[in-house]
Design a binder for this molecule. Structure first.
Ligand SMILES: Cc1cc2nc3c(=O)[nH]c(=O)nc-3n(C[C@H](O)[C@H](O)[C@H](O)COP(=O)(O)O)c2cc1C
Length: 413
């Protein structure tokens, strides 16, 4: 699986900076994957305190986690020198989020019953931080009535249960029992920690990617948009507590904690975005929506001939952004331009009904399609413009949300 967008871009604000994540690792064969989870949480800026159950220490050693997190690892309630030997709820109080990955059937059962006979279960019982568990086990163990009952109890108690995923299991069988991907878990941690952020209670729709207009069943015309900018905005909004719908034509890994709607063509984008906008607070149109589409779409592959080329007639596609309405909807448009960037962007603001346009000179190095960074200018319909520095795309996402937030709150007053 590809790394998530925001884990590879040079943003000034690591998304989990200053946050403490308690990572509980239990005695599943998938425990080795917890090293990658610890590493990615550290890369996202988190302070990571690892607790291994006794069974987990049969699979993985403390040194790996100590080296990755630069912090002591807890394995027992009574171990000498452990912070927990003098204060068994120390980690519970410090945690901004507790993530148990992988979570065994045994640990799920203990948590559902409130048993607290080891450092991990005691921490979960004592913490007020959000708790995420990622079960990993044999498919029959997961499907058993006892485990299902325990999972339901945990969900009712407010615990986020991530997975398990379908796929190949350690037994060699295929089934539902795999630990979900690291990127998903890091995304869920970010969402859990940001749940009371300044966008909480708001619904943000983001469009991303380049639409693909079919020529025949094999071919299409499209553009160079990769979707990275839109995905970064969606992740930024999720991290600030928004409910996020990402309408996407892009081929990128799904961000966790975001509703994904696949929409490859302009028609699919329009059909997904217009009804959803009626109930949304903010619409950010970062997708590169085709301006032209083949006049005729062949239902069979167009065969090449030995001589001569082929001409393709294109018709204009109607821009549907002006039609997006909601009781209190604030709209933000994007303008990818190669020349007269500001003037072209300004000309788009009024017809689209956009509060502002994010103008983007895609001919500039480090800016635009496929890059990890972007340099944009916020352009208002009335002539105002605010050039932004070159930033990681997640930072650009936050800057857009920072600028939109006062407009949203003014509107709700
Ligand atoms: C080789 C091996 C692999 C195991 N894999 C899993 C697993 O993937 N999931 C699970 O729920 N239990 C698994 N178990 C069983 C747990 O290790 C056992 O229930 C243990 O008591 C869990 O303790 P803990 O929840 O405190 O970590 C495995 C046991 C062995 C010996």
């Amino acid at each position: 699986m590809l790394p998530s967008i925001s884990s590879i871009q040079p943003n000034s604000r690591p998304p989990l900076e200053g946050k403490t994540v308690v990572l509980g690792v239990t005695g599943s064969i998938a425990a080795y994957k917890a090293a990658d989870i610890a590493s990615k949480l550290v890369q996202a800026g988190a302070i990571v305190d690892v607790i291994l159950t006794t069974a987990a220490t049969e699979f993985v050693g403390t040194s790996t986690f100590e080296a990755l997190t630069h912090r002591p690892v807890t394995t027992g309630l009574w171990e000498a020198h452990s912070e927990l030997s003098i204060d068994h709820v120390a980690l519970a109080l410090r945690a901004d989020c507790v993530l148990i990955a992988p979570a065994t059937a045994n640990t799920l059962a203990k948590l559902a019953l409130g048993i607290s006979d080891d450092p991990l279960s005691a921490t979960v019982l004592a913490t007020e931080a959000p708790v995420i568990v990622a079960p990993a086990m044999d498919a029959d163990m997961f499907a058993s009535p006892a485990t299902q009952r325990n999972v339901e109890t945990l969900i009712a108690d407010g615990v986020v249960v991530a997975g398990p995923a379908d796929g190949r299991l350690a037994s060699g069988l295929i089934g539902k029992g795999r630990l979900v991907e690291t990127a998903t878990l890091v995304g869920l941690v970010r969402q859990a920690i940001g749940r009371r952020g300044d966008y909480s209670g708001l619904h943000v729709i983001v469009s991303a990617g380049g639409t693909k207009q079919p020529i025949d069943p094999i071919r299409f015309i499209s553009n160079r948009s990769t979707g990275k900018m839109g995905y970064a905005i969606a992740e930024a909004a999720r991290d600030r507590g928004a409910k996020v719908t990402l309408v996407t034509a892009a081929d990128l890994p799904d961000p966790a904690g975001v509703s994904i709607v696949r929409a490859n063509t302009v028609d699919e984008m329009r059909d997904a975005i217009l009804p959803a906008s009626a109930e949304a607070d903010l619409l950010v149109m970062a997708a590169a929506i085709s301006d032209f589409t083949p006049a005729l779409v062949s239902d069979r592959k167009i065969k090449k001939t030995d001589s001569g080329g082929m001409s393709l007639e294109l018709t204009r596609v109607e821009d549907f952004m002006p039609l997006a309405h909601g009781r209190n909807l604030v709209k933000v448009a994007f303008a990818a331009e190669t020349n007269d960037v500001e003037a072209n962007a300004r000309a788009k603001a009024v017809p689209k009904g956009a509060a502002f346009v994010v103008a983007n000179d895609v001919s500039e190095p480090g800016s635009g399609f496929g890059t990890e960074t972007n340099r944009v200018t916020f352009v208002d319909a009335d002539g105002g413009s605010e050039p932004q520095p070159l930033m990681g795309k997640l930072d650009v996402g936050h800057a857009i949300l920072d600028r939109a937030l006062p407009l949203l709150t003014k509107r709700l007053r």
